[in-house]
Design a protein around this ligand. Structure first.
Ligand SMILES: [Zn+2]
Length: 487
């Protein structure tokens, strides 16, 4: 599992921070919270009767209502002042994420920096001095009570340790390297990152605990990543990403609010033809990928990616994307301690840790799609060869299979389309219309019917339990007043 410091370093580098800038900020976050996003200021744990976890849970489920005004420092940056805590809380609600989610807090940190601390953010992106970055964050952003030289030196020293560990090692906008017999991807060589923050899925999905990896292929002849993956214009590294990916001039990529699907990463060709992986959502963001079947959905727990298909006749391209997909799967299995041969028990079914969309359909946890098994057998590959190849890449497979039981989540509200909603609403209205009225209204109904106020449908059904529209209301009034019937 990637550590918080690895995640934070990669995140800040993807935002365009210089090595010294990222290190200087992280030294301060370490001093504030130990880089633990659920950290509740120690002196308040006793005072409020909470631990880090119970406080986070109580804020998330609403049972604790004084988060904004309790003056307790919380999170990576130990947000304390009420208006900043209020903004953080509103941001979490808006994103439907836990208040203690590390990516939520990093996104919030970026919003604060880019709205109220533009000069500081510029420094963090350009400086070569850890001290300059660290003091900037300490004196402008964190502003703790003690800002002495001793504290300044201590925080810069923390920053130095991160610098020594990570500087120069993270490539977020260059193609990761393939290193001999070792796994291609690791903490120091993560895949390219181009978060599709403008897609509906990125904005609205909730987080999950990853339990597996599910493979898709696109089913369309276009091996170029740029067809699907594009940065957003406000991204710090927009130009670099466009240079790498190429520009989708048709604007039909998936980084749009109109797109009702989202994957954690994509595999295909960069502009120069290199086959690689691009991460498009945090790994613990629940994808909108395989749909659902009779028993549930693998969207609850399976990290998912699409392989960009070509015309399926090029063995050289297939070999490259197959190898790349095995590499990223091995990387994810290591990160989340998953056994590539393992299964996960869900709704009474053993679901493989590694499977493809068609597998999920056959097991009752996905929609009716054939990928990737309309393609792989052509070149002698299957999901079983995948599991073996991934395990071989990982070499040290965990000795005990990981088989967490997850409670499938039956609410699929965010996946409902407007069309589906309309159909359900119409069904409901039709059902209401068929229901019999109560006895208590018998006199009123007899009077209304005798005087022709209620005419009902063509088969004489008066639809007493159906809602009244403004149109029907005025029609009843019209009949009553024009016929002058008051009896
Ligand atoms: Zn699929």
């Amino acid at each position: 599992m990637a550590t918080n410091e690895e995640l934070i370093w990669q995140y800040l580098k993807a935002q365009g921070f210089s090595d010294a800038g990222a290190a200087g900020l992280m030294g301060n976050l370490y001093a504030e919270s130990g880089l633990k996003p659920t950290n509740l200021q120690n002196t308040y744990e006793k005072k409020l009767g909470f631990t880090d976890d119970s406080y986070t849970k109580a804020v998330d489920n609403g049972s604790y209502g004084n988060f904004v005004r309790d003056s307790a420092g919380y999170g990576l940056a130990q947000w304390t002042y009420w208006s900043r805590k209020e903004n953080l809380l509103n941001f979490a609600k808006q994103k439907k994420k836990s208040i203690g989610d590390i990516y939520l807090q990093l996104d919030f940190l970026m919003i604060e920096l880019s709205s109220g601390y533009k000069g500081l953010l510029q420094t963090l992106k350009s400086t070569k001095s850890i001290k300059e970055a660290s003091n900037g964050v300490l004196l402008q952003f964190e502003r703790p009570a003690d800002q002495s030289i001793a504290v300044q030196n201590k925080r810069a020293a923390y920053g130095q340790t991160y610098y020594d560990k990570y500087a120069g090692k993270t490539q977020t906008t260059t193609t990761p390297t393939t290193g001999g017999t070792q796994m291609k991807y690791n903490a120091n060589n993560p895949p390219l990152v181009c978060m599709m923050k403008n897609s509906t899925c990125y904005k609205q999905t909730r987080t999950m605990t990853p339990v597996g990896v599910l493979w898709h292929s696109t089913g369309a002849n276009n091996p170029n990543l740029k067809r699907y993956v594009q940065p957003y214009e406000t991204d710090a590294n927009y130009k670099e990403m466009i240079a790498l990916l190429g520009k989708n001039t048709n604007k039909n990529d998936w980084n749009h609010i109109s797109h009702q699907a989202g994957l954690n990463c994509w595999i295909g060709k960069l502009a120069d033809g290199t086959v690689t992986t691009v991460q498009t959502m945090p790994w613990n963001y629940r994808p909108w990928g395989c749909g659902s079947g009779s028993k549930g959905t693998c969207n609850n727990g399976w990290i998912q990616f699409e392989i960009c298909e070509d015309n399926l006749n090029d063995k050289a391209y297939f070999d490259k994307v197959y190898k790349e997909a095995c590499e990223i799967t091995a990387y994810l299995c290591k990160m989340y301690n998953l056994d590539p041969h393992g299964t996960v028990r869900m709704n009474g079914v053993n679901v493989p840790v590694i499977l493809c969309h068609q597998d999920s359909y056959k097991l009752g946890f996905g929609s009716n799609h054939g990928d990737v098994l309309h393609w792989f057998p052509k070149y002698g590959k299957s999901m079983e060869t995948v599991r073996n190849d991934v395990a071989a890449l990982m070499k040290d497979i965990p000795s005990t299979p990981v088989a967490p039981t997850i409670k499938p989540d039956i609410e699929e509200e965010e996946e409902m389309t407007q069309e589906q909603f309309n159909t359900m609403m119409n069904n409901w209205i039709a059902e209401q219309a068929k229901k019999a009225p109560g006895d208590w209204s018998a006199d009123a109904r007899a009077w209304g019917e005798k005087n022709g106020l209620i005419s009902g449908d063509t088969s004489g059904n008066k639809m007493y339990k159906k809602m009244l529209t403004r149109e029907e209301f005025i029609a009843v009034l019209y009949r009553a007043l024009h016929r002058n019937i008051i009896e």
